[in-house]
Design a protein around this ligand. Structure first.
Ligand code: IPM
Ligand code: MN
Length: 374
């Protein structure tokens, strides 16, 4: 029996290609694992009305963790149009499977490292090392939305939120409401993860990304919890920055930041910004971690226009696989993979188009493996 059981979730488009590349590397490193394929993605939405069939989550529950490629998501109207005729009138709603996985497995911690690989021509600066801790289960992603609204809802809101007054005369069908829900528990566990990481890796600071001057209630709760947890780590510098201001600061002086912590949507946005400072989509990767389970993924999407071309950079996938190896405790293997990635980028000969090269996704896999085993 293999040491690990890993759920293998390629998903759509180039997700399949970068996962194929990941297998070359993991097999070459001799990870003692059994990989179990899981159906997920657009195909299953169209054919079955569910992009994340129950058989897949059931299978995942029998594994140590999952590696995930990418999925296609489309707005509701287009999603409905692509359903097979038998499912069209079933009133089905498309939900992003990755967002569902994060909620169903309570993977509250989305860790997104953005570390400049030495010599990568896409680095804004070479001294960038910023890890974003994004809350992954609540905030604007909780899915608590209304549209059209109802009179009852408006009245109930007016009772506790006097500002609702200016919307009372808006016709119900001309209005939509998306909530941003923050709980003390949700805030505390992600903020704690950020400080624990800073403590473990001797990082000097943790910055909360918020907007409490406008989002007084939710931003206020985040800030309150942040200040409380920060007191337990007096040796770590901590402060909060407004989300808009930090977007500018991150471009101007990224080296000032080491660990960022944010609620779901701010974390989503700010981690794309941070990712672009050190190579962009070809490198951005993340770990979705809960207390029982974890899913590792590149941040990029399924890139339908590149499907079948084996053109996209698999480095983001390899970096996600490296995080998985660390999660499994395979530190030596993770270090080898990191070396393989770094050497390949530094040499700059067998690289994909985004790095100025002509190599295919699978060529890069072979090169990274060769360098990892050196
Ligand atoms: C990400 C992605 C997802 C998100 C999408 C695909 C739903 O942008 O992982 O950052 O918004 O969380
Ligand atoms: Mn995103």
């Amino acid at each position: 029996m293999a040491k690990y059981r890993i759920a293998w979730l390629p998903g759509d488009g180039v997700g399949k290609e970068v996962m194929e590349a990941a297998r070359i590397v993991l097999d070459g490193l001799k990870l003692n694992a059994e990989y179990i394929h899981g159906d997920i993605g657009w195909e299953f939405w169209c054919k079955e009305g569910d992009p994340l069939p129950k058989r897949t989550t059931d299978m995942m529950k029998t594994t140590n963790c999952a590696l995930f490629g990418a999925i296609t998501s489309k707005p509701q109207r287009e999603a409905k149009e692509e359903l097979i005729p038998e499912l069209k009138d079933k009133n089905l709603t498309y939900f992003s499977p990755i967002v569902r996985l994060r909620q169903e497995f309570d993977l509250y911690c989305n860790e997104r490292p953005n570390v400049a690989i030495p010599g990568c021509p896409l680095n804004l600066k070479d001294n960038i090392n910023i890890t974003v801790f994004r809350e992954n289960t609540e905030g604007s992603y909780a899915g608590v939305e209304f549209g059209p609204v109802t009179d009852d809802l408006k009245k109930a809101m007016l009772k506790d939120a006097p500002k609702m007054k200016i919307f009372m005369d808006v016709p119900n069908e001309d209005m939509a409401i998306s909530t941003r829900i923050i709980t003390r528990k949700g805030a505390e566990r992600i903020i704690r993860s950020a400080f624990e990481h800073a403590d473990k890796f001797n990082k000097k600071s943790v910055t909360l990304v918020e907007k409490p001057n406008v989002l007084r209630k939710t931003g206020g709760l985040m800030t309150e919890v942040f200040e409380k947890v920060a007191k337990e780590y007096p040796h770590i510098d901590s402060w909060f920055d407004n989300v808009d201001a930090i977007a500018m600061w991150l471009v101007k002086s990224p080296e000032k930041y080491e660990v960022l912590v944010a609620e779901n949507l701010f974390g989503d946005i700010i981690s794309d910004l941070a990712g672009q400072l050190v190579g962009g989509l070809g490198f951005a990767h993340s770990a979705n971690i809960g207390t029982e389970y974890a899913v590792f993924e590149p941040v990029h999407g399924s890139a339908p226009k590149y499907e079948g071309l084996y053109k996209v950079n698999p480095m983001a996938m390899f970096l996600a696989a490296k995080m998985m190896l660390i999660y499994l405790g395979e530190h030596e293997m993770a270090a080898k993979l990191q070396k393989g990635i770094e050497l390949t980028v530094k040499e700059g000969t067998v690289v994909t188009y985004d790095l100025g090269g002509k190599a295919t996704t699978l060529d890069v896999a072979q090169e990274v493996l060769k360098n990892a085993l050196k």
